[in-house]
Design a protein. Structure first.
Length: 188
C-alpha cells in the first residue's frame, strides 16, 4: 500500500481551529433513514444516510430466519460499520503519523443465535451476544512490530464504532402509529 496521498493533518487543521474557536459547535447528529421499497416484501428493505444523498444500502432478513441471503442482513451492516470505521481510522492515523502501510486487513465477527429472533423462547437472546474485531497490519520498515503496536493502540482509541459498541450508549426507540388514509378511524 503506498504512502498516503492525502494530507489528513492539513485537512483537519481548519476543522480543529473552528472547534477551538467555537467550542459549542462540534456535536452533530448523524441520520440514516428508510429509503422506501416494496412494503409487500417483508424480507428486504433499503436505508440511506442523509450525509450521502446518492447512497442506498439494501438489507434483508438473514437466511437463518427465512431470508434469501441475497443482501447483507442488519448484523452484517453493523459489523461492516465496525470494519469500515476501524480501517478508515487506521488509515487516517497512519497518514497523520507518516506511517507507510504495507498491508491492512480488518475482520469482524458476531455471535448470534437466530432462535431469539424466531421467538423460540425467552432463554434465547435477541441480538448479537459477542463481537470480535481483528486487525492485521504490516508497517513498512517495522520488522519487530514496535511501531505498529503503538500505531494500533492509537488508532483503536479513535475508532468511533468500536468505542460505541464497547462502551454502549443510551438507545431510545419511539413509534408513531397513524391510521391509513381512508380507514374509518382516520377521519380522512
Amino acid at each position: 500500500m503506498p504512502q498516503s496521498r492525502v494530507d489528513v493533518r492539513g485537512l483537519q487543521a481548519p476543522i480543529r481551529e473552528r472547534y477551538l474557536a467555537e467550542p459549542e459547535s462540534p456535536p452533530i447528529v448523524i441520520t440514516v433513514r428508510s429509503a422506501g421499497g416494496d412494503l409487500g416484501d417483508p424480507l428486504h428493505c433499503a436505508v440511506a444516510p442523509d450525509a450521502a444523498s446518492d447512497v442506498v444500502w439494501r438489507s434483508g432478513a438473514h437466511a437463518a430466519v427465512g431470508g434469501s441471503g441475497d443482501v447483507p442482513c442488519s448484523a452484517d451492516l453493523l459489523l461492516g460499520a465496525l470494519v469500515a470505521c476501524q480501517e478508515t481510522t487506521l488509515r487516517m492515523v497512519a497518514a497523520n503519523a507518516g506511517i507507510e502501510l504495507e498491508e491492512l486487513e480488518v475482520t469482524a465477527e458476531g455471535d448470534w443465535d437466530p432462535r431469539g429472533t424466531l421467538a423460540m423462547g425467552k432463554e434465547f437472546p435477541v441480538g448479537l451476544t459477542g463481537v470480535r474485531c481483528h486487525t492485521r497490519v504490516v508497517v513498512r520498515g517495522d520488522a519487530r512490530g514496535e511501531r505498529a503496536e503503538r500505531f494500533l493502540q492509537s488508532a483503536e482509541r479513535f475508532c468511533v464504532v468500536l468505542n460505541t459498541l464497547r462502551d454502549g450508549v443510551p438507545v431510545r426507540s419511539t413509534f408513531d402509529l397513524q391510521p391509513a388514509p381512508g380507514d374509518p378511524a382516520s377521519g380522512i
